[in-house]
Design a protein around this ligand. Sequence first.
Ligand code: GLN
Length: 524
Amino acid sequence: MKTKLTKPNPKVQHIGFKNLALKGFFDAIDINKEGYVSPQNFWNELKTYGILETDVRLKDIRSTFNKAYLQNKKGIDFELFSESIDQSVLLTKTLRGELVIPDFKGFCNEIIDIYGEVEQNMGGAVANYIPQLARVNPEQFAVSICTIDGQRFDYGDFNKNFCLQSTCKPINYCIAHEELGEEKIHKHIGREPSGRSFNEMALNNDGLPHNPLINSGAIMCSSLIDRKSAIADRFDMVMNTWSELTGDDDISFNNSVYLSERQTADRNFALAYFMSEKKAFPENTNLIETLEFYFQCCSIELKSSSMASAAATLANGGVNPSSGKKVFSASTAKNCLSLMNSCGMYDFSGEYAFKIGFPAKSGVSGAMLIVIPNVMGICVWSPNLDELGNSVRGVEFSKRLGERFNFHNYDSLINNDEKIDPRKKKYENKIDNVIGLIYAASHGDIDEIKKIEAKGIDLNSADYDGRTALHLAASEGQQEVVDYLIQRNVKGDLKDRWGGTPIKDAKRGKHTGIINVLSAYLNE
Ligand code: GLN
């Protein structure tokens, strides 16, 4: 006796492998099972890959979908859906699992876990030498991530503004480097760690600041940026660079921080005069203007997600991952990262480079700009500082990040199975996914099967014992799953390691419906 098979959907039959994944993705978010997806479900699902609705690269798709949704409240049909996605490099990459962090959701869960551990640490104290900083609530804690593919994640107090303070230093170095080049800029600034605190009255043997990431060097960079222009234009140019780095216009200036910074700046004035006495500045440098410009740069405000994009731009060799805009040349980014690696954490820099091993820059606002080259930018913001002026939680977060992931510059030398490589998670994920697929098949979870299929996992995949989704569905009596797998043209007679086939499993379980469907399928 033959049972009638569910008629295969002709659309599904004609689409190739790539669109098969797409169809699986579509079906998984087609909640009402009517052949339509709502833009909201689509954006929610994309968010799990770190791709946000606000992404500039998806502007066209957003408006296409919104228009279609206005015309038909059921949502977007598969034809429009696949056409639109085919045109987007970003979405094609996303659905093929080709983004730099393929299992972004899993990665973010690890980050949330680290956040929870680090949050307990209330050690340290807010910077008190600038009254405006002393008043900040020390409990605040934000973490933001932006990968070189523009995958984003924000957690904690990511909606709060904070000022750049010393995290302006690497960017000011890049701006000056871009303009002058390596040789000229380093005529005025060294590139050795100072081993001293950030505002120490010390210059190197040539009478120059040790490096651009401590106060003396940062004051020097400020004197070099766009020096022929009016001071207002120079400040605009720094602000515009931050907008390009972050891709948003939400960069502001905190005047009270600036005023209080200027009022308490005896040390910075002293440093500037010290360097002036050593003839370290280019000729005709206006010291007061230079110092004020430096204080203004320290007083620029933004949110952690913006700082993460700036860090991601450095991670991506100077190109903003979302807008695609080349903000700095690759050699500028490279030199900046080298300095961040050796000098970014004041007199903790050597220890940080040794133990943690990726470039970072801290500021007394509690901000930290962290770069994992070719992978991602991270911002951690938490105002309590240690005695060296680094964010206590920022440093602890870095340590835990380095313990969990193989982000240290030289982790690649060691075959380190204890650390996760989130770039390769795709591979591990494949195993997870096959197990997930088989589990879903045995539990009758078709939606989950479609999701796994959407990631490009072959429905014929077998586990260690050679058991496939069809074996499990047949032995557990999951008729709908069996129907679905057949509709998908899976191989019906694969043998497990004991030589067992799905139909044998169905017979053992006396699942008559499935026995009928399978024998009809195999006889064809
Ligand atoms: N504005 C601060 C200063 O110059 C910046 C120092 C810092 O963040 N370490 O004192």
